[in-house]
Design a protein around this ligand. Structure first.
Ligand code: GGG
Length: 396
């Protein structure tokens, strides 16, 4: 069996870690009797700087012709933050309706962690289930002087949204006199001189319900008695009160899994203090991005955290870490998160034995505690780490 895989190494350390992931996946294919036809795509900062195009429309059908995407990272200091992420990474998630972002954080043997709240001999098995298409990632927003007037459009597989938005600054609602840092115009109560920026967070009932159902299913399949859900309905009730209500509706179908709702601030406070209390954590998009970094810190680092972006008919796998331009090209990148993302891809393809073999070899390698990557206190370059794991997979 041969699988067509789209490979998008992207920016910074992306190409280095993806090279190593591909070596390991190819070795797993040889051992378990399948082939990977790798179709590499150049998208990312270099492509954008060369062509002025972030992601051409033709890319979507080319990507769709593959079974899944393996992606490295996006982000480059030569390009302003935002457009690459929105028109490339998020555009792929939205266009293919990859509404489930799975970000597992599982402890590894002998790996140093920054907390002492994990009992000796036990490990974390956290799964962040992040909604991946809505919330503050809608891409709806703007900025303006004295207010804003403009139209917006968002396309999702579930719905399209178009609209106009207009607001105008008005004289102080609560006049208190000039404040520190105010401009002369503002102090003179000239709100037309104030600059504003805004971003619309948006949730749909179907969007909330479908991710909540996925999270409950994951909790159930793990045999968990509880599911934590991140919210912030106390301060942002319009958005997260709605989120809570829709999650509660779905919870009624899962009477054996207790729903534990927490405001995101409290969740971030409790997670390092009592990490063993957490299993599946359901999050709206923005909180999920943040909590998954926190969770990966608790298992030893972002270089150990893989992720899957899943829809009903396509999938996209990437390490949780970003492009780390400060260490790109130094050999200091840790390829394990990319390798483990590759294992998730193989599991998605149904190559479960190969996925388990890779995960097992990563465990065995970390348990040995030798030749570790820089992130984990060693001095082994990215390529050598890939070589060690490739050799381990091929040796059996
Ligand atoms: N490989 C992950 C990556 O490049 N992440 C950049 C980033 O900030 N992504 C935002 C997100 O995942 O929502």
């Amino acid at each position: 069996m041969d699988y067509d895989i789209a490979v998008v190494p992207g920016d910074g350390i992306g190409p280095e870690v993806i090279d190593q992931a591909l070596r390991v996946l190819t070795a797993a294919g040889s051992r378990f009797g399948f082939g990977l036809k790798l179709n590499e795509f150049p998208y990312g900062a270099n492509h954008y700087l060369k062509t002025g195009v972030i992601l051409p429309e033709s890319a979507f059908s080319e990507l769709a012709a593959c079974k899944a995407i393996l992606f490295g990272a996006v982000g480059d200091p030569r390009v302003p933050m935002g457009p690459l992420e929105q028109e490339f990474l998020l555009a792929i998630r939205f266009r293919f309706d990859l509404y489930v972002n799975l970000r597992p954080a599982k402890s590894f043997p002998k790996t140093k962690v920054p907390i002492n709240t994990i009992p000796e001999g036990q490990g974390l098995d956290i799964l962040v289930v992040r909604e991946n298409t809505e919330d503050f990632y809608m891409g709806l927003g703007g900025r303006g002087l004295g207010g804003f007037e403009g139209s917006f459009q968002a396309k999702r597989r579930l719905y399209g949204l178009t609209g106009d938005l207009k607001f105008q600054a008005a004289p102080n609602g609560h006049p208190t006199g000039p404040q520190a840092g105010q401009t002369a115009g503002q102090a003179a109560n000239r709100p037309q001189d104030e600059e504003f920026a805004f971003s619309l967070g948006l949730l749909s009932a179907t969007g909330c319900r479908r991710i909540a159902a996925k999270a409950f299913e994951f909790a159930k399949s793990r045999g968990d008695k509880a599911l934590h859900v991140a919210s912030k309905a106390n301060a942002v009730p319009q958005l997260y009160g709605f989120w809570d209500a829709k999650v509660n509706e779905v919870a009624a179908n899962y009477p054996d899994v207790a729903l534990k709702r927490m405001n995101i601030d409290n969740l971030c406070y409790q997670l390092p203090r009592s990490p063993m209390d957490f299993g599946v954590i359901l999050c709206p998009n923005l909180f999920g991005d943040i909590v998954s970094d926190l969770a990966s810190s608790l298992i030893g680092g972002l270089g150990l955290a893989p992720s899957a972006n899943l829809g009903d008919d396509f999938a996209f796998f990437e390490p949780v870490h970003g492009s780390a331009p400060d260490i790109a090209g130094t050999g200091k990148a840790n390829p394990l998160a990319a390798i483990l993302s590759g294992a998730l891809l193989l599991r998605y393809l149904g190559e479960t034995q190969a996925a388990e073999a890779i995960e097992g070899e990563v465990q065995a390698y970390l348990a040995k505690g030798a030749d570790l990557p820089f992130e984990l206190g060693g001095q082994t370059p990215v390529e050598k780490v890939g070589q060690i794991l490739t050799a381990a997979i091929s040796a059996k």
